[in-house]
Design a protein around this ligand. Structure first.
Ligand code: TXA
Ligand code: MG
Length: 315
């Protein structure tokens, strides 16, 4: 792809209209959702979807999530079922992605699903995302707007630092309130948690009235940031640091002395919202090691620890 200028667009009427036009003409636009910034392209346009993989340096066997404005749009893509309806009733719009069997008459580019016979779909809650989806009037494929293997962006500035010159525009809608990627729930067979995220497994089990299996590393369905080296800052990451060493950047949680604190009051929702922004900030100082306080392995802490363990994986 040739070098290009990346436009920064405001999340206002004219900015949204411009972003929608770029998408509808086959361009790439990064946009905020309630979870993280996504790198959007028209999911029905093979060329546009191929450009996503190129801009991210993403392996083409890793499929993309399709974002829709409403349930009618979702049901044109996938074979809907009762559990999907319960999940949608409880969590959509919101930070939950459903993996469902693909409809054979779908218009979606086969590059989106990377050859699988399922599609990951989600109806995001972020106002800017919703307005953009309404304005384009089509399904938008969007992975997180970062180079493959790097930390997901929760600010327009993160996107620009990483992808400027490789995408057409970024729609600046401010920071993402959830700060962690969506939970991915597989519903094409036994309900299975494919990636922990903004919605907890307990909340899913309650809404579905059934057990949600945990995914095992040996499972065949390859997907959710499952490569170990995902969400990695440049610095090395040291987990469960109960004390900090000289020269380390200190990312704390709870009542501790540190450089940045995910949540002094031990609020996991606040910690999730701050996680990627603080990792970006500490990484930008050029430090060699980021040491991170233990995070309780409950509720959103499970998704936080999932991302942290990948960030800390051996390189
Ligand atoms: O919160 C989010 O989900 C963000 C925002 C932008 O929506 N998106 C996001 O996309 O995190 P990405 O590409 O970084 O992660 C999507 C994950 C990938 O790891 C992919 O393997 C998995 O979803 N996935 C996509 N389609 C799938 C499918 N048909 N079956 C199983 N997993 C799938
Ligand atoms: Mg990602």
């Amino acid at each position: 792809m040739s070098a290009q200028l990346t436009e920064t667009l405001p999340a206002t009427g004219p900015g949204l209209a411009r972003a929608a036009r770029i998408l509808n003409e086959g361009g790439l636009v990064a946009f905020p959702t309630e979870t993280v910034y996504g790198l959007g392209a028209d999911a029905t346009n093979d060329n546009a979807v191929a450009r996503i993989y190129a801009a991210k340096g993403r392996p083409t066997f890793n499929p993309l999530i399709v974002h829709c404005a409403d349930l009618d749009a979702v049901r044109e893509l996938v074979q809907w079922n009762h559990l999907a309806q319960l999940a949608a009733d409880a969590f959509w719009p919101g930070p939950l992605t459903l993996v469902l069997p693909m409809r054979i008459d779908t218009m979606i580019s086969r590059l989106v699903t990377a050859g699988l016979d399922t599609i990951a779909v989600r109806m995001p809650a972020g106002e800017t995302a919703r307005a953009l989806l309404r304005e384009t009037g089509r399904p938008i494929a969007a992975p997180s707007a970062n180079s493959s293997g790097r930390i997901s962006p929760t600010r327009a500035g993160h996107v620009l630092d990483d992808l400027s010159g490789r995408i057409d525009a970024v729609l600046d809608g401010g920071p993402c309130p959830v700060g962690l990627e969506s939970t991915i729930l597989g519903l094409s067979g036994t309900p299975t948690l494919l990636r922990p995220g903004g919605v907890t497994r307990d909340a899913l089990q309650e809404a579905l009235g059934t057990r949600v299996a945990e995914r095992h590393a040996t499972d065949r369905i390859s997907a959710p940031g499952q490569t170990r080296l995902h969400y990695a800052p440049r610095a090395r990451v040291r987990l469960n640091a109960t004390e900090f060493h000289d020269g380390e950047a200190r990312l704390g949680f709870g009542d501790t002395e540190c450089d940045l604190n995910l949540s002094p009051s031990e609020d996991l929702v606040e910690a999730a919202a701050n996680l990627f922004e603080y990792l970006h900030r500490l990484d930008a100082t050029g430090v060699e090691v980021i040491a991170i306080s233990p995070i309780p392995h409950i509720d959103l802490g499970i998704a936080i620890n999932d991302r942290l363990s990948r960030a800390a994986a051996d390189r």
